[in-house]
Design a protein around this ligand. Sequence first.
Ligand code: SF4
Length: 287
Amino acid sequence: MVYKAVDLLEECKEKQCKISAIMRIEEAEAASITPEELDAWMLDVLEIMDQSSTQGLEEEIFSISGMTGGFAKKVWEHRKSPSLSGEFGLSSMAKALSTSEVNASMGRIVAAPTAGASGILPAALSGAKEKFNLSNEELVPGLYTAGAIGKIIALSATISGADGGCQAECGSASAMAAAALVELMGGAPEQSFHAASFALIHIMGLICDPIAGFVEFPCSLRNASGVMNAYISADLAMAGVESLVPFDEVVEAMYRVGKLLPESLRETALGGIAASDTAKALEEKYL
Ligand code: SF4
């Protein structure tokens, strides 16, 4: 199935509507349910996202392996201290870390688009909710738009770290979040795609190198940086900065880069940070 940004944009233009409106109808039809039933399902999804992104703020959550945990709580407690990222940035990173920790502890998360990158979209939506005083109902269009971006990447490239490196996982999640944020801020569909392009361009080439093969480190850090990537990408687009390369071509480029990555840099724990002496010692200890 070919699913391209260029076609989606054309449809938005024809129907004078947002990306979310098209995605909502398409997905309801695909699931043989009404759009209202799908909205209700999306609200449940947001509820799970809310739980996973806040669970680790007040209690330390450790992974099943025992190798990592407690980053979210540390960052949350630090949020009001003098910092460069500010309270909003630190809170968002803490929430992204929280979902990553819930995932590593085998708790319930929404894979958006994957478990490894599951912290980015919930943290970004929570940030929008707080910043613009939105209800969960008002966040639902953001989820649809995020879904459209994820669908385009999944159908024309890959969202798998084993296939295309971390750019395909955390990059896709940031692109999904960036496009959603633009729509929630009142941006046009074109601006959502510019934001999604920026998010992928910012981290193009990012390898997948989880220590000991556990989806923990550097994964949780990349979720924290992924939400900040989504914010800056959305803000760039809202400021009127445009991607010289259309989103479909950015996705193709990301896929080509992913295919060029050697196997050692695609979730095998044989390269990158996972190949360091310390990582190897940790592997010995925790595997
Ligand atoms: S480093 Fe690999 S396993 Fe970890 S989040 Fe990125 S793609 Fe997923």
